[in-house]
Design a protein around this ligand. Structure first.
Ligand SMILES: C[C@H](CCC[C@H](C)C(=O)SCCNC(=O)CCNC(=O)[C@H](O)C(C)(C)COP(=O)(O)OP(=O)(O)OC[C@H]1O[C@@H](n2cnc3c(N)ncnc32)[C@H](O)[C@@H]1OP(=O)(O)O)[C@H]1CC[C@H]2[C@@H]3[C@H](O)C[C@@H]4C[C@H](O)CC[C@]4(C)[C@H]3C[C@H](O)[C@]12C
Length: 408
């Protein structure tokens, strides 16, 4: 269990609770999703769908792994099922027969080995959206290779653009491939396929490769190659820490300010806020002067606290904002005014689902994440299994239930 947040009730109830009902049904209400338990990308994809109303069942492994690794289980229920046992694979086929979406997070070929490939499941349920979220995609030299976020960002070409002058390329945590190019784009692919199904009545396979996902998201970098924004070495360009007006700077209290004053009219307000005279400075886009300008800005930002700089720049168009910690971000006035962060029943703070729909917004669950196997029986009954069939699956050790722990 994650440490309880240190914040008061201010964040709680800042959104209507799903159990309290929030007027209209959510956009994905009624959509049945089966998410085969994976590491990080697929869990985010499933959580996005659950936040917007889909009924997401996470299919965990039985026998249960010691540690539940899905920290993105919000709004999901858990069924523990051994897919390697034929009755377990048969049970998943039955579940898929009544589902709208299947999300599978394994490397290419695993589902086929289990007898659960698209040919089988789409034959039995032609309306199924079969989403395959992988690092390298279902084909190609690396299709059966292991990998993680950094490998995918590297193969996409994007990693070569990330990092400061003179340093190695740097992957920003596992945000770009796992989440932006993986979980989020896979969810987009599923929604697009669901929309198309309203016209054709047919499902299809979504081949979500994280390499291609992050590459696609970086289209701006590719298509702006001729604008002169990226033709200098890594760390010497406009947006990759080369420019003094697109950088972070340390303040006297050891915190940081983020500066993004790109356009001349905003840059002028930055210079004014720093107490400088633009007539005595080099031109904003004088690349050769950028290193010295950076040193000058750094020495000025070091003279005041983060709060003092906020007093100077808040409300201006200088594009200067405080670099907030995870403790501070939920409490910042702007984020509080928009309820951008929520606190669940376990006092855990996390970001509100985005984007905010005006009429059918996401209403995230505030309950704790499910224990592995917590809803096994409930789900099987809901999907048409009889008590006798469930008892047989239990006795064959194909399924596991964790109901007791949940009731403690
Ligand atoms: C979660 C934290 C953050 C990780 C993010 C990281 C940076 C990433 O990039 S995640 C993205 C990884 N890539 C993909 O998802 C692409 C597609 N998937 C794959 O390529 C592969 O799945 C793989 C490479 C990720 C893993 O390969 P693996 O060989 O393990 O699996 P597959 O080939 O896919 O086959 C799956 C097999 O499993 C069988 N299966 C599946 N479901 C069932 C079922 N229900 N019943 C029975 N069997 C099932 C299936 O049949 C396949 O079997 P075969 O292989 O025989 O065919 C993590 C960061 C740090 C981690 C923690 C840390 O490591 C310490 C602990 C270590 C401990 O071991 C676990 C707990 C930890 C706390 C650990 C927890 C988390 O992982 C982290 C926090």
């Amino acid at each position: 269990m994650r440490p309880a947040g240190r914040h008061g009730p201010a964040l709680r109830g800042s959104m209507s609770r799903r159990s309290a009902g929030s007027g209209g049904a959510m956009a994905l209400s009624g959509v049945r999703v089966l998410e085969l338990a994976g590491l990080a990308p697929a869990p985010l994809c499933g959580m996005i769908l659950a936040d917007f109303g889909a009924r997401v069942v996470r299919v965990d492994r039985a026998p249960r792994s010691a540690v539940a690794t899905d920290v993105q289980g919000r709004g999901k229920r858990s069924l523990a099922l051994d897919l390697k046992r034929p009755p377990g694979a048969a049970a998943l086929r039955r579940l898929c027969g009544r589902a709208d979406v299947l999300i599978e997070p394994f490397r290419h070929g695993v589902m086929e080995k289990l007898g659960l490939g698209p040919e089988v499941l789409l034959h039995e349920n032609p309306r199924l959206i079969y989403a395959r979220l992988t690092g390298f995609g279902q084909t190609g030299k690396y299709a059966k290779s292991a990998g993680h976020d950094i490998n995918y960002v590297a193969l996409s070409g994007v990693l070569s653009k990330l990092g400061r002058k003179g340093e190695n390329p740097y992957a920003p945590l596992n945000l770009l491939a796992d989440f932006a190019g993986g979980g989020v784009l896979c969810a987009l692919g599923i929604i697009i396929a669901l929309y198309e199904r309203t016209i054709s009545g047919k499902g299809q396979v979504v081949d979500a490769s994280m390499v291609e996902g992050i590459a696609y998201i970086s289209s701006f970098l590719w298509k702006s190659q001729n604008l002169g924004l990226w033709n200098r070495p890594r760390g010497e360009n406009l947006l990759d820490s080369g420019a003094p007006f697109y950088e972070t700077y340390k303040t006297s209290d050891g915190k940081f300010m983020a500066v993004g004053a790109i356009e001349p009219q905003f840059y002028d307000q930055l210079i004014k806020g720093l107490g400088l005279d633009s007539n005595k400075l080099p031109s904003q886009l004088s690349f050769s002067d950028w290193p010295e300008m950076k040193k000058m800005f750094a020495s000025i930002f070091a003279q005041k606290t983060q709060s003092e700089w906020c007093s100077i720049f808040d409300g201006t168009d200088a594009c200067v904002t405080p670099v907030l910690s995870f403790d501070d971000a939920p409490l910042h006035q702007h984020n509080k005014q928009r309820s951008s962060f929520i606190k669940n029943d376990q006092e855990e703070i996390s970001p509100r689902p985005a984007p905010l729909l005006s009429r059918t917004p996401a209403v995230p669950s505030f309950k704790r994440d499910p224990f592995i196997g917590e809803h096994t029986e409930e789900i099987l009954l809901e999907y048409g299994f009889t008590q006798e069939e469930i008892a047989k699956l239990y006795s064959d050790k194909v399924i596991e239930s964790n109901k007791l722990k949940a009731n403690l």
